[in-house]
Design a protein. Structure first.
Length: 413
């Protein structure tokens, strides 16, 4: 439980563009510039001086090339904010954007800071996954002998096998994600947070809406897709030529054989995007006469076994709920990142969550998962929907590589 208040003053994001070099609408924009446009927008929306910002905290997963060299500080400079504003970049894999928000909340709730802008960015068209060259384990052969981590797609299929989720189960969840995202787009539910991305030189609008969703998706079309990780699972990778599937089954022999049910259609989309959330202290809110939109109630991280890797959203959520003195039934809306369809399915089962409260406007299967930004995007999406529905609380949670989870509970003002 936080000792002071961490107020959410506002939240903005870019639309998500397809993460294909030369094809996605945002693929021509440097990731620093994606963030810079949001920094300017959120400062303008709050009506405060940019010099009041104590720090900018950004999640970025592939910290290489254009996303290296402390992207947060360079985005501050690209935005033309006061040179006194500092920036720091962090990596908690897919939880990075939410972790950035949580660190900012800690800073303002403690009284150490007054106004922090936090979020994340990932330009997956310009800096593809794996660009940092670290692999799953930082290329540490000694660690690999202790914990042989398999690719996340293998882990997702392993969870589906152990939990008894069928190909039809994950496809039906994916269809729901597409249908809900389509309805949300058509009804303009994302508009409050969306900031159109402009060409940094010409000022021309490049993208105003998320371009990854596939409106009109059918269950038949999803069922026709081939498993994405079956061939990968058969790839020799162990010290004695064991396949990736065999290495996973060595840890979970009760699975018998891994059923590969995840496809490109029921896994998260590769996209470009960024998000920024403004968090402020009690003192700053009073001094500037701001009207916060929500507050952070609790936050937590939790670790899990690293081969299965993707089951930690449930324990992270339980930890956050306990800190807030709440139960899962007290949460009005849930945002559970759709890295793979099985992740929200397993989390809902573990926590006994009503599916009608989960990802009500679709998720990363339809909208895409810009790795470092997604956590902050989901928080803004949850806040917008709480306001739209007149509800009180939301919990945002994501699975994280290496066997971790992160969760944050917000309460609408």
């Amino acid at each position: 439980m936080l000792t002071g208040q961490a107020w959410i003053v506002d939240a903005v994001r870019t639309p998500r563009g397809r993460g294909k070099a030369g094809k996605g609408a945002l693929s021509g924009v440097h990731p620093q510039e994606l963030v810079a446009q949001l920094l300017r927008a959120i400062v303008d929306r709050m009506g405060v001086s940019a010099g009041d910002v104590d720090d900018v905290v950004l999640g970025v997963v592939s910290q290489a090339g254009e996303q290296g060299a402390n992207l947060a500080r360079n985005a501050v400079l690209a935005a033309g904010l006061a040179e006194s504003v500092t920036g720091v970049t962090l990596n908690r894999f897919c939880g990075s954007g939410l972790q950035a928000v949580n660190f900012a909340a800690m800073g303002v709730a403690s009284g150490a800071q007054r106004l922090v802008l936090a979020g994340g960015v990932e330009s997956m068209s310009r800096v593809p996954m794996g660009s940092d060259g670290g692999g799953l384990d930082g290329n540490n052969a000694l660690l690999r002998r202790k914990h042989f981590q398999v690719p996340q797609g293998i882990s997702a299929d392993l969870i589906a096998t152990l939990e008894g989720f069928s190909r039809e189960d994950v496809d039906r969840f994916a269809l729901r994600s597409q249908q809900r995202a389509e309805a949300a787009q058509k009804e303009g539910r994302f508009q409050r947070s969306l900031v159109p991305v402009r060409d940094p030189e010409s000022g021309k609008v490049l993208l105003e809406v998320d371009e990854h969703p596939r409106h009109g998706t059918t269950l038949e079309a999803l069922a026709a897709l081939q498993p994405a990780f079956e061939a990968l699972g058969a790839t020799p990778a162990g010290p004695n030529g064991e396949s990736l599937d065999q290495l996973a089954l060595a840890r979970y022999p009760q699975a018998g054989a891994i059923r590969h049910v995840h496809t490109a259609g029921n896994s998260s989309g590769i996209v470009d995007g960024a998000a920024v959330v403004a968090l402020a202290s009690d003192a700053y809110v009073r001094e500037r006469g701001l009207r916060p939109r929500a507050r952070i109630r609790a936050m937590a991280t939790a670790g899990a076994e690293p081969v299965i890797m993707l089951t930690a959203p449930a324990p992270a959520s339980r930890k956050a709920l306990a800190m807030a003195g709440m139960t899962a039934r007290d949460i009005d809306l849930w945002e559970i990142n759709e890295a793979f369809a099985v992740v929200p399915l397993q989390t809902m089962r573990a926590l006994e969550i009503d599916p009608d409260r989960v990802n009500v406007n679709g998720g990363a299967i339809a909208l895409g998962h810009p790795l470092g930004a997604t956590g902050a995007i989901l928080l803004g999406t949850a806040l917008d929907e709480l306001e739209r529905r007149g509800l009180g609380t939301a919990l945002v949670t994501l699975c994280i590589g290496g066997g971790m989870g992160i969760a944050t509970i917000i309460e609408r003002v």
